[in-house]
Design a protein. Structure first.
Length: 123
């Protein structure tokens, strides 16, 4: 393969990837919207907690995660991400068999997460 052919192949692959990510985000399967909302809430919780704890304005209320700040803040990010991922990844798979149950379960989890977050943060 010549260098020109390699460059053409790379350009074609790049164009193919651009086509995949063009247009609006369409969530078609059951529980995908709720999973995305839960993932955004988990990330927002992670980054706000990381900011407040490293700035000395708060302490981690979850005793299972508090030790991670003693190791390193990156450890907190990894453990928090790993703890949220099973729900976000497995929920759409569970929704294939139990659509209504999964959607409502995720909505209850989202509401509980938000209410607990604001109660602990004392807004």
């Amino acid at each position: 393969m010549t260098q020109a052919e390699v460059l053409d192949a790379v350009a074609q692959r790049r164009n193919d990837l651009r086509l995949l990510f063009r247009g609006p985000l369409v969530l078609r399967r059951a529980a995908e919207k709720e999973s995305l909302v839960l993932a955004v809430i988990c990330m927002a919780d992670m980054f706000t907690t990381l900011y407040w704890v490293t700035m000395g304005q708060a302490v981690e209320a979850n005793h299972l995660l508090a030790w991670t700040f003693d190791v390193h803040p990156v450890t907190f990010v990894l453990v928090k991400s790993i703890s949220c991922m099973p729900a976000v990844i497995l929920a759409p798979l569970l929704a294939r068999r139990h659509k209504n149950f999964t959607v409502w379960l995720l909505r209850i989890i989202i509401a509980t997460y938000i209410l607990t977050y604001f109660k602990l943060a004392q807004f």
